[in-house]
Write a protein that binds this ligand. Structure first.
Ligand SMILES: [Zn+2]
Length: 211
């Protein structure tokens, strides 16, 4: 009950503050909801996993910590600084540090992070994921896998390495964790997540058919 009250206070605070800060939350919410639904419908995130963000000048708009991507509301959008903290920083996704590092290092306008099953499964076995299908080879070439072989990644891990790798590739995978993709829009970043998962599924099927 106490937690619910605290959450309600946060929601009220955000909703009251957004218009005063000159945002266009309705337009951004529609984009976040579309991408969140798509990720959830395709099984690329589950319950409270995954996160989305868009660059907004010196700030970013990012999904709230603990939000459910398949059911986003206006209270799930958090605006905070890329370069400095403010009163909203504590509400942001636990991957905020990774998103900030990516925006500082690359020209990304949007970031999608998801937990696709086949992509994660292959990350345990590969340092690079190299698609074997035509579509994957055309769109992705080869995808780096970041992280120690013996370690299980935690939220926020490898921010520097992820940002460095995304300055050379539109999508990367964190071993045992999931994929991070960048683009000029959330749609473009989502495409990379979906294509890589399809490639990994094909790789898995191909290997399972070998004697
Ligand atoms: Zn994650």
């Amino acid at each position: 009950m106490e937690t619910h009250k605290k959450g309600s206070l946060h929601i009220a605070f955000i909703c009251c503050t957004l218009p005063q800060r000159g945002k266009k939350p309705d337009m951004e919410l529609a984009q976040f909801q579309q991408i969140g639904h798509s990720l959830a419908d395709q099984g690329l995130v589950y319950t409270q996993s995954g996160n989305l963000s868009m660059r907004k000048g010196q700030e970013l708009c990012i999904t709230r910590r603990g939000s459910i991507l398949g059911n986003l509301t206006i209270a799930d959008l958090v605006y905070t600084g890329i370069f400095k903290d403010d009163q909203f920083t504590m509400l942001a996704s636990s991957e905020l540090g990774v998103h900030r590092a990516i925006y500082k290092k690359t020209g990304a306008e949007a970031i999608v992070h998801a937990h696709p099953a086949h992509t994660i499964a292959l990350s345990f076995a590969e340092r690079w994921i190299i698609p074997c299908d035509m579509e994957g080879q055309l769109k992705l070439c080869k995808v780096p896998v970041i992280g120690e072989e013996s370690a299980t990644a935690k939220p926020g891990s490898y921010a520097g390495e992820i940002a460095d790798a995304l300055s050379d590739a539109p999508i990367i995978v964190v071993r045992s964790h999931g994929s991070f993709a960048i683009g000029k829009s959330l749609d473009e970043a989502l495409d990379y997540i979906v294509i890589l998962e399809q490639c990994c599924h094909i790789l898995y099927l191909r290997r399972s058919m070998r004697p």
